[in-house]
Design a protein around this ligand. Sequence first.
Ligand SMILES: [Zn+2]
Length: 165
Amino acid sequence: MRNYIYCPYCANKLATDIIDNKTRQVCYQCNFIHYQNPLPTTVCIGELDDKVLLIKRGIKPRKGEWTLPSGFVELGETAEESCLRELAEETGMTGEVANLIGVYHAYSEVYGDIISTIYHIRLKSGIPIAGDDAEDVKLVPINEIGDLHFAAFNQAFDKFKKIIK
Ligand SMILES: [Zn+2]
């Protein structure tokens, strides 16, 4: 996780202290404490006619690998809204939330700690088109989908396959 050198509020040099049993950066001038939390993301298992929508990632980590659409929750939106927005941005597809599959913790070499809320989305019919952060997109028969390249995605996908049986 990245640290600040100077206080983002008053530009005083930050110190290190133990706050609530954790080492944190603090500003002794304005009392700012640099609390660090996992980043919230959502992940879409978009299903249509026994197929699931996969994207070829256009950004790190795992650039070039086929996996599920995902992205960061923006301010002011719910996890469900975030998931449907990322789906539309990356694949041009729309749908409705069918199931909350689970909420997972992961560590990303690029972003640090992440919380991934993973939904089963029932897709409305349409032709997927690769958009933001996706190099390509396709609907893949569920029984042909193997490694999704992120542990949480694989765990959620196994659970999804049990739910839809
Ligand atoms: Zn300060």
